[in-house]
Design a protein around this ligand. Structure first.
Ligand code: SF4
Length: 345
């Protein structure tokens, strides 16, 4: 591990100031991702800004009828908050489908949003990787790319975003609250993560020193018809990262879809959503399987897989169709055994 300086931020403004004052600084929350990558020399910050004492651990109702979640709320605390499990069960299930109970007890909401890809080449400093070392090449393009992106990738990077929580937040139309040098700003969740393009090392639209302070959920939580369908190789911590997860919320009235929100994970550098394709389903019968199949086709129309991950296109198509079946039939079921955190080995 390299040498680095350490400072504990006394306030949100202090954290932003300290970060801005030091090139290549990183904020430290739980460190579940950062410390692992520092140990392996994948990340080599020159300064650590400890934000663990900042007052960002509350979950509060908003005047608009939503919830505001502090960035330092742990994944477990969020998933088991009664307001979340009752009003936003899609989010609770997504969180509990990820990682292990131990990691969820430590990992924070803000850190989850900013976690790095699990691309094997990114994590192995003996290989080339444009994200870790810009301009060095991409080992995954012609290497082992079974887990990699089929949508929105570039000739520089085909990595996927690993978070389950983010797939649910994309579907829920969350808003981020961000502190920067010019004060606070609100950012639609959809505008946080970038596609890789020519600069895969730039993963978000945040300025270096900007700090996510909270995630806000709108009133609509799709508590009645929802599913988080996570397809992965094995249901165990070691294989926790998804091949294709689908987060789906539906509002069905008189058998007709009035609103819907569907996001895919595991297929791109960011959670993937196609609002134009969604609009074609509004007003359709909730069991119109042909329209749903067309929607799945539209969502995957731009898929451009590599030799190792062509199977993901069909897998995603079937997962979307299955997610609609589950959400349609899904009326306030209790959290599944998997969602309760009973991880299998
Ligand atoms: Fe690096 Fe992206 Fe290529 Fe993986 S896919 S090796 S993260 S450039």
């Amino acid at each position: 591990m390299n040498r680095f300086s350490y400072a504990r931020a006394q306030s949100v403004a202090d954290a932003v100031r300290l970060h801005h004052a030091t090139p290549d600084a990183e904020f430290l929350a739980s460190g579940t991702n950062l410390v692992d990558l520092m140990r392996e020399n994948v990340m080599r910050p020159t300064a650590i800004i400890d934000i663990t004492r900042l007052p960002l651990r509350d979950i509060e109702a908003t005047p608009e009828g939503g919830l505001r979640i502090g960035a330092l709320v742990t994944n477990s605390a969020l998933a088991w908050d009664a307001r979340v499990s009752e009003r936003y069960p899609l989010l609770a299930e997504a969180i509990l489908a990820g990682a292990s109970a131990q990691i969820r007890n430590a990992a924070t909401v803000g850190g989850n949003l900013l976690q790095r890809t699990r691309c094997l080449y990114f994590c192995d400093t003996a290989t080339c990787c444009n994200k870790r070392a810009p301009g060095s090449g991409c080992g995954a393009l012609d290497g082992v790319n079974r887990m990699h992106a089929i949508l929105g990738a570039s000739a520089r990077c085909i990595a996927t975003h690993p978070s389950d929580m983010c797939v649910a937040l994309e579907a829920l139309d969350a808003t981020l609250h961000v502190a920067g040098r010019r004060g606070m700003r609100a950012l639609p969740f959809d505008a946080l993560h970038r596609l890789p393009g020519h600069t895969p090392h730039r993963e978000t639209t945040l300025a270096d020193e900007e700090l996510i302070t909270a995630v806000e959920l709108p009133h609509e939580g799709y508590a009645r018809h929802f599913t988080y369908l996570k397809l992965r190789d094995r249901q165990s911590y070691a294989f926790a990262f998804a091949l294709v997860p689908v987060a789906l919320g539906l509002r069905i009235e008189d058998g007709v879809m009035h609103t819907l929100a569907c996001a895919l994970g595991g297929v791109a550098h960011r959670p993937w959503r196609d609002r134009e394709a969604e609009a074609l389903l509004i007003g359709r019968a909730a069991d119109d399987t042909r329209a749903i199949a067309r929607y799945a086709d539209a969502m995957l129309a731009q898929a451009d897989p590599r030799p190792g991950n062509g199977f993901k296109v069909d897998l995603a198509r079937h997962a979307i169709v299955r997610a609609f079946e589950l959400a349609r039939a899904h009326e306030s079921r209790p959290l599944s055994a998997q969602a309760r955190g009973e991880d299998s080995a």
